[in-house]
Design a protein around this ligand. Structure first.
Ligand code: ZN
Length: 293
């Protein structure tokens, strides 16, 4: 096992639970190898719906903010991460046609520089070598995910420039920026095929039918991090978000051993690198020298 002591990775996510559904197994692997992994959660998830029928109760809905904080605390312990709230309010998922305007004061409406400055301050204090976020589509088109992308990309660049936000601490330039590509179509197809081959019912049949292949999009993946041994940890972290995850739902419909064999990696796109590296890579820290203790 490589020794990652002294290396720091920062994932920037929109809501509590995103850290457990995207990149959680690679997180667990890097923590096991000695890296420090930080998760920044932009919003409190105050407007998330309750997605687990067992938790869809009035007492849960009334205390959703506190409950989601407690869920995040549990997931943090399971993953072995340090977690930071950026302190913005969930924009919610706009429902209706046409979509209603975003609620006043939410993350999606905060002036960009206000959010960027908060993230720059955190980057300069944590001093991560690698930062991850969502692609420009947000991974899925939730306004907070798209905003998370915009804020992260801007903060990655600004953190290293001493003239930007001079009040936010001494400049620190992270070496690499990645986008998550965990939920790519080839992976979904591979999981589907493996489940069907095992004689089980696939949770992905409908999804794949309506999902037009986008080979150019998938070709953006540069980096596949082997982390199958940590899929179980990822599942435990996901289950800690009890209001958001239905234990009988699609998340857990593919048996662990089948998933480990069919697609043993989490996948990323290297967007910026200030260190020499060649793609394809199998490691987010590739090209970064391990700091001398
Ligand atoms: Zn989210």
């Amino acid at each position: 096992m490589p020794n990652r002591a002294g290396l720091r990775l920062m994932h920037v996510h929109a809501h509590p639970d995103d850290e457990s559904s995207k990149g959680a197994a690679s997180t667990a692997r890097y923590v096991a190898e000695g890296a420090e992994v930080h998760v920044v959660t932009c919003t409190g998830g105050e407007r998330g719906s309750v997605l687990n029928p067992r938790m869809d109760r009035p007492d849960v809905l009334e205390n959703i903010t506190e409950i989601r904080r407690a869920e995040m605390d549990a997931a943090r312990e399971i993953l072995g991460i340090t977690q930071h709230w950026l302190g913005f309010v969930d924009s919610g998922w706009p429902e209706g046609d046409p979509k209603p305007p975003l609620p006043e004061g939410c993350f999606g409406l905060v002036p960009l520089d206000e959010a960027v400055e908060r993230l720059v301050r955190l980057i300069r204090s944590v001093r991560p070598h690698v930062v991850t976020t969502y692609d420009e589509r947000g991974g899925y088109p939730h306004p907070d995910h798209v905003r998370c992308h915009e804020v992260s990309v801007a903060a990655f660049e600004a953190a290293g420039d001493p003239e930007r936000f001079p009040e936010a601490g001494p400049a620190w330039q992270p070496a690499k920026l990645y986008y998550h590509h965990t939920f790519n179509r080839p992976r979904t197809q591979a999981l589907h095929d493996a489940v069907v081959a095992a004689g089980l019912e696939s949770p992905y049949a409908e999804r794949l039918e309506s999902w037009t292949p986008e080979p150019e999009w998938d070709a953006r993946i540069t980096t596949r991090v082997e982390c199958a041994a940590y899929f179980g940890v990822r599942d435990q972290a996901l289950l800690a978000h009890a209001t958001q995850i239905d234990p009988d739902g699609a998340w857990f419909a593919v048996p662990l051993e089948i998933a480990q064999e069919a697609w043993p990696t989490e996948d990323y796109e290297l967007v910026v690198s200030h260190v020499p590296t060649t793609v394809p890579e199998d490691d987010l820290f590739a090209g970064i020298e391990t700091p001398v203790a």
